[in-house]
Write a protein that binds this ligand. Structure first.
Ligand SMILES: [Fe+2]
Ligand SMILES: [Fe+2]
Length: 167
């Protein structure tokens, strides 16, 4: 779907386009989290990434349900935004030696990912309701709430021991 070919003609097209964007993003996150789990030193952070990996696998499944309910193919489209966030995270992590500083960098990267997901799901929930798809909205809202909870947990970790030990 090219930016200038005017393939997005109405709100339904925009909804499907954005679903495919976040579907691609969630799949990239599933691929990236094992690396973040391995790099994390703090047991609480490691465990947090592990449980969000399981949640993320479930986000992919919920999105597949939304595609099915809406009657369109479950497929992703390139999302340069999430690629950029994940690439930058990897680059920064590669520059850090100290374990506690690396944990702080991983938390910051993970929060950038969560915030991206939150913006996408926020729009998708609103648009699903606008399009009369409260069935899709319910599923998308479940993903949104789990992203928000993950973000909150990361904030708590950033403010507590992980960053203190890095100081
Ligand atoms: Fe997610
Ligand atoms: Fe997430």
């Amino acid at each position: 779907m090219g930016l200038f070919s005017k393939d997005i003609k109405n709100m339904d097209d925009l909804f499907v386009h954005t679903l495919r964007d976040i579907y691609y993003a969630e799949n990239q996150i599933v691929k990236s989290l094992p690396d973040m789990i391995e790099k994390a030193s703090d047991p609480q952070l490691k465990q947090g990434f592990q449980s969000h990996l399981r949640e993320t696998e479930n986000h992919v499944k919920r999105l597949e349900q939304v595609f099915r309910l809406h009657g369109v193919d479950a497929k992703g489209i390139d999302c340069p935004a999430i690629d950029g966030i994940l690439e930058e995270a990897e680059e920064v992590a590669g520059e850090v030696d100290d374990k506690a500083v690396l944990d702080a960098a991983l938390i910051a990267a993970a929060q950038a990912v969560e915030h991206y997901e939150i913006t996408r799901y926020g729009c998708l929930v609103a648009w699903a309701n606008q399009l009369g798809r409260s069935d899709c909205a319910t599923l998308l809202k479940q993903n949104l709430e789990e992203e928000k909870a993950a973000d909150k947990k990361l904030t708590v970790m950033a403010e507590s021991n992980v960053n203190r030990r890095a100081a």
